[in-house]
Design a protein around this ligand. Structure first.
Ligand SMILES: [Zn+2]
Length: 313
C-alpha cells in the first residue's frame, strides 16, 4: 500500500474556494456537503436521447465485493493532512484546508440490511411495484417482451427534478426493472441536493448480456444496471466521464488514497459526486474508469439480489 499522496497545492487551493463552509463536515463523515447552487448562465442540458445507441462497453465484470474497497482508513487521512500541514509551514495560503470530499473514508463493503441497495434489490416484484407507485416517480410499465426482467418499466419524466436522458422507447436498452427505477429515484434525490439537473444513461437493459469471459449474466441482463456517461449541473456544465475522469486503472476511486489525475474543477466535482453516491450505498457495484479500459467512458451502477456486500472499483 503506497502512502497517501499529498493533494497538489492547486487542488487544495481550489477546494478551499468551493468548500470552505464544509471544513468540519468533510473530515467528520463520509458524505460531502451539497455544493452551493451554480449561477452562471449556460448551454442547455444534453438533448433527449433519440438516436440509436451502442450498448456502450461490454457488461461489467461482476466484482467480488471483498476486493479493492477503499474502506475506512482514518490514519491514512490523518497522514494526508499531516503532509499538508508540513507544506503549510512554507506556504500557508496555498496548502491549508481539509481533504476534498472524495477522499473521505467510505463505509466498508458490508451493506447493512437497511442500505438502499440491499433493501431495494431484495424487494419482491409485487412489493417493488407497490413502492414505485407510492414513490410517485414518473415511470410506466413496459409490457413488451423483456426476457430476464422482473418488472419492466420506462422513465417518462424527471426524477426529483433530475432529467434522466435514457434510450427512447423504441430501444430495448432503456428498460429498467422496477427496483432499478427505485434506486435511480434515490440517486436523483441525492444528485439534486448537489445541483445536478440531468444524468445521461447509455443503457440499462442488455438482453442476454454476459460478464466478459464468462457465461454468468451481467446485471444488465435483468435491467438492474445503469451505465452513466455524463452528469449535467445547474450551471450548464456537463461532467463527462470519459473527459473528466482520467483513468488510473487499479487505483482507488474514492477514499484517502484516491487521486484525481486532473486539475480541472470538473474532475473534482465529478469525483465528489460519485464518491457521495458510493457513500450513500445506493448500489451494490460501482465500476469507474479506474476499473478497466471498458469503463473508460461510463460509470456502471448496479443492484444484485441477495448480496450483502458492495464495492467501488
Ligand atoms: Zn454496465
Amino acid at each position: 500500500m503506497r502512502p497517501p499522496a499529498v493533494p497538489s497545492r492547486a487542488a487544495l487551493g481550489r477546494f478551499v474556494t468551493v468548500a470552505t463552509l464544509h471544513v468540519a463536515l468533510a473530515c467528520a463523515r463520509p458524505l460531502p456537503a451539497p455544493r452551493p447552487p451554480a449561477v452562471a448562465p449556460s448551454p442547455p442540458p444534453p438533448a433527449s436521447a433519440g438516436e440509436p445507441r451502442s450498448p456502450g462497453a461490454p457488461a461489467s465484470s461482476e466484482p467480488s465485493a471483498a476486493e479493492v474497497h477503499p474502506g475506512a482508513d482514518p490514519a491514512a487521512a490523518g497522514s494526508a493532512e499531516d503532509g499538508a500541514s508540513a507544506a503549510e509551514q512554507l506556504e500557508p495560503a496555498a496548502s491549508a484546508g481539509p481533504p476534498p470530499p472524495f477522499r473521505a473514508p467510505l463505509p466498508g463493503p458490508d451493506l447493512p440490511r437497511a442500505a438502499p441497495a440491499r433493501r431495494i434489490a431484495d424487494l419482491s416484484p409485487a412489493a417493488c411495484r407497490a413502492e414505485l407507485a407510492r414513490s410517485g416517480l414518473p415511470v410506466e410499465r413496459d409490457r413488451r417482451p423483456t426476457p430476464g426482467v422482473a418488472t419492466a418499466t420506462r422513465v417518462t419524466g424527471p426524477f426529483h427534478g433530475v432529467r434522466l436522458v435514457v434510450p427512447p422507447r423504441s430501444s430495448p436498452y432503456g428498460v429498467l426493472d422496477c427496483r432499478l427505477a427505485l434506486a435511480l429515484g434515490e440517486l436523483a434525490a441525492l444528485l439534486a441536493e448537489h445541483g445536478v439537473v440531468a444524468v445521461r444513461i447509455d443503457n440499462t437493459y442488455r438482453p442476454r448480456s454476459r460478464l466478459p469471459g464468462s457465461r454468468r449474466p451481467s446485471q444488465h441482463n435483468y435491467a438492474l444496471a445503469a451505465d452513466v456517461t455524463a452528469i449535467t449541473l445547474a450551471d450548464g456544465r456537463t461532467l463527462e466521464i470519459e473527459r473528466d475522469w482520467p483513468a488510473a486503472i487499479g487505483t482507488p476511486a474514492c477514499g484517502p488514497e484516491a487521486e484525481l489525475g486532473s486539475d480541472t474543477p470538473e474532475a473534482l466535482e465529478l469525483r465528489n459526486l460519485v464518491c457521495a453516491i458510493v457513500a450513500r450505498q445506493l448500489f451494490h457495484h460501482v465500476l469507474t474508469p479506474n476499473y478497466d479500459v471498458a469503463h473508460r467512458n461510463h460509470l456502471h451502477l448496479d443492484l444484485q439480489r441477495d448480496n450483502a456486500r458492495g464495492n467501488i472499483r
